[in-house]
Design a binder for this molecule. Structure first.
Ligand code: FE2
Ligand code: FE2
Length: 378
């Protein structure tokens, strides 16, 4: 944060100009954030700089666990505490702002964190945040004033309330955004599992393919963002199998030519199910469903695409899917030994698979085997 503001322990109170500058700087930054973690960090920094606190923490309510948590606190990592405990718990339960001169003189003080960290809380302020529907979603907590007087004033309390009302809106929209993404993720994942469970490829196949794709994508040089996207969509590669008859899907023996033609349709069916969506996530999933059986040398299906005509996400999912399928037991085959799988992949360089991706698979093998161990089938 380059605000060129002196925040040494003997700093004087902020001038109105400084305060405005801090608010403008931070609200602009906070407004452009997409991740909850960075909003929490920026909000905490803003509060701390505005009122010259030694530490400032933004607490959120985790109603499922009946706890308060903070992802970031200056100088400490994630902390959780029971919903109603301590000053911040009091503020959140009652909606009251608190301005405390000496924490240890107050029975509401929960000294568990001090005891654990060796830090000594003296003066503090807590201010609850209110969401759009009027309910409390969390609270600001500022600890230990850095001026020589070492106590917070009513002015500090007013300013922290101001910070809470400015930043609270962004906080809520980021929380909503994360909620939406988490919901999409769950739905997509469930769809993928439906596709796989139809063909009795149950267990953790879908989960492993997601993780392998992610590792391969990063190893290939894709950005974190793209790798995350692929991890979300690759589990849906076989969603089209929902429309393939059981007699074909679960036939223990070899498929007839006609049955195999029918089976191949799962790629086009999956594509048609997803392609009309306006959502980037589902559009990308459509590509993966369509192209995960294409081969680098052009002998795959359904379109017979060749080399880079095949979308990179399709090429990566193909490797992840085949690697996992070979290593797992299926109705028609036993699980292969790792050595045999690797021999096959190296033989299929430039044939089924892009050579560069086979190299990435070899390089990333420890991470991939780690995933395989973690998500073993029962
Ligand atoms: Fe498939
Ligand atoms: Fe699969």
């Amino acid at each position: 944060m380059n605000l060129e503001i002196d925040s040494s322990p003997v700093a004087n109170e902020r001038t109105p100009e400084e305060l405005l500058r801090i608010i403008f700087d931070y609200t602009a930054k906070i407004g452009s954030q997409r991740s909850l973690k960075s909003v929490l960090l920026l909000m905490a920094d803003m509060g701390r700089e505005m009122i010259l606190a030694d530490r400032c923490t933004v607490w959120l309510i985790d109603r499922n666990r009946g706890e308060l948590f903070t992802t970031i606190a200056h100088g400490v990592s994630e902390i959780r505490q029971p919903l109603g405990s301590g000053f911040v718990g009091h503020s959140i339960m009652t909606g009251e702002n608190l301005l405390i001169e000496d924490a240890y003189q107050d029975p509401r003080h929960n000294d568990a964190n001090d005891l654990r960290t060796g830090y000594v809380t003296k003066s503090l302020i807590t201010v609850p945040f209110v969401g759009n529907d009027g309910s409390i979603i969390g609270a600001y907590q500022a600890i230990n004033k850095l001026t020589p007087q070492a106590v917070f004033t009513d002015r500090d309390l007013e300013q922290l309330k101001l910070a809470a009302s400015y930043a609270g809106k962004s906080l809520e929209s980021v929380m909503l955004h994360e909620e939406i993404v988490a919901t999409q993720r769950e739905i997509i994942f469930t769809m993928g599992e439906i596709g796989e469970s139809r063909s009795k490829e149950t267990g953790n196949h879908v989960k492993r393919v997601a993780e392998y794709s992610y590792i391969l994508a990063l190893g290939y040089g894709l950005s974190q963002e793209e790798a995350e996207l692929l991890k979300l969509v690759s589990p849906m590669h076989d969603i089209g199998k929902v429309a393939i008859p059981d007699s074909v899907l679960n036939k223990p023996g070899k498929l007839t030519e006609e049955e195999f033609e029918q089976m191949k349709n799962h790629t086009t069916i999956g594509y048609n199910l997803l392609k009309n969506s306006d959502r980037e996530l589902l559009k990308t999933a459509a590509i993966v469903a369509y192209e995960h059986h294409e081969k680098w040398n052009g002998t795959g299906y359904p379109q017979g695409l060749k080399g880079e005509e095949i979308h990179l996400y399709g090429r990566i999912t193909a490797i992840a899917d085949v690697f996992d399928a070979l290593g797992s037991e299926r109705v028609y085959k036993k699980a292969w030994e790792l050595e045999r799988i690797l021999i096959l992949f190296n033989e299929e360089r430039d044939r089924h698979f892009e050579a560069r991706l086979v190299d990435v698979l070899n390089e990333q093998l420890p991470a991939i085997l780690d995933i395989r161990n973690r998500y073993r089938d029962q």
